[in-house]
Design a protein around this ligand. Structure first.
Ligand code: SF4
Length: 375
């Protein structure tokens, strides 16, 4: 049974593990939360050692056919857009490799014409020789469309449901293929069938009440652990950040709630990786690094060409979805518009040094591949 079918079951969250998860989300006094934090830290070290995997997002394109009210790339936002050529993507990736990254997440808006399966397979093949851990966060596809990308060397597929609340989902996704809630919900299973070895899921917190969102996210984790058991699984808990369109969160999700969700995930699903991006401020990231987070982005840019300036000569402005040429005035340096403003602006080297101060070993390369090579 696919998760979209299971999701309709009124008893979805009544299993023992999900009732325990819900208990962990209930209000907790400080000392109780502290005890849970100590147990979570212990479990994280048992399952992941004193390590933190580092990765960088590499934006391929900010073209998008969807209207998502909370996203800077939403097709109705008049922003500067570009899709990098495979050569330009390679230049960006080589820059990241030079900084030490061996784990890169290729990110793009959903645009079947510009960001096709062929394009992604081509880009992946170009990078696979020097970036051993390549994952994708792109518009959902059919299993057959994923297969050439896996053959080209990609090993991970990340897709956030954004919100598990159907009503909120329908209100926030008003045009484009993303309107299909169930199609998105089953995307990780299609990716697994195509051969991806790592699956990443998440919810964008702030679109629906956080306890409800977290519980449905946990139900999704539970389902994937049982049905896609050969893949390793990561979970992300992004919070809304300022972006073009100036969308405001509909529901609060404060630091304490974020901590509680991380603890609940770690205590119920100790083998699952937890990802924290540069959306969060440096001080909070340093604190969460010890609690349950196992993977962090660092030194990130959220626009295509953000690391090297690649693609600046091919920018266009979209007005109501129509492309207009852009002409820079003399001395003006234009770049593609970012998806959202990051909060932790430290360089990758600074994040790495801080992790060491905290007693954690930054891991830049893909340890699975390293172990496979050693076998
Ligand atoms: S969230 Fe994704 S699909 Fe929606 S507008 Fe942004 S890039 Fe496009």
């Amino acid at each position: 049974m696919s998760f979209s079918q299971q999701f309709r079951d009124p008893a979805l969250t009544q299993s023992r593990i999900l009732r325990r998860f819900a208990d962990l989300l209930a209000p907790k006094a400080g000392p109780e939360l502290e005890t849970l934090a100590q147990r979570a830290e212990l479990l994280t070290r048992q399952f992941f050692g004193k390590t933190m995997r580092l990765f960088a997002p590499l934006y391929l394109s900010n073209e998008c056919v969807n209207i998502c009210k909370y996203c800077g790339f939403s097709r109705d936002n008049p922003i500067l857009r570009v899709t990098l050529t495979p050569e330009q993507v390679e230049a960006e990736a080589r820059h990241l490799a030079h900084e030490g990254f061996r784990n890169v997440l290729l990110v793009a808006g959903e645009h079947p014409k510009f960001v096709s399966s062929d394009y992604l397979a081509q880009v992946t093949a170009r990078l696979a020789g020097f970036i051993p851990a390549l994952s994708l966060e792109v518009g959902p596809m059919e299993t057959a469309e994923y297969e050439p990308i896996v053959r080209a060397g990609a090993e991970g597929l990340v897709v956030y449901q954004e919100t598990y609340n159907r009503t909120a989902y329908a209100e926030l996704h008003t045009a484009g293929p993303k309107r299909d809630f169930d199609w998105r919900l089953d995307c990780p299973e299609r990716a697994y069938a195509a051969g991806f070895k790592r699956l990443g899921i998440g919810a964008l917190f702030g679109l629906a009440p956080w306890q409800e969102e977290a519980l449905h996210l946990a139900a999704h984790v539970d389902h994937l652990l049982r049905h896609c058991w050969k893949a390793s699984l990561t979970v992300s808990l992004p919070r809304l950040r300022p972006a073009a369109g100036s969308f405001e969160p509909r529901f609060a999700f404060d630091d304490r709630a974020l901590v509680q969700v991380i603890l609940a995930l770690r205590l119920c699903f100790p083998q699952v990786g937890i990802v924290l991006s540069t959306r969060e401020p440096a001080v909070l990231r340093d604190r969460l690094a010890r609690l349950g987070v196992t993977m962090m982005s660092a030194g990130s840019h959220t626009e295509p060409g953000g690391y090297t300036g690649a693609g600046a000569d091919a920018l266009h402005l979209t007005q109501r979805g129509k492309a207009q040429p852009v002409i820079a005035s003399e001395g003006e340096h234009l770049s593609a518009t970012e998806q959202f403003a990051i909060s932790d602006e430290r360089s990758a080297a600074e994040v790495s040094a801080r992790l060491r101060e905290l007693g954690l070993e930054p891991v830049w390369k893909d340890w699975d591949a390293a172990l496979a090579g050693a076998a």
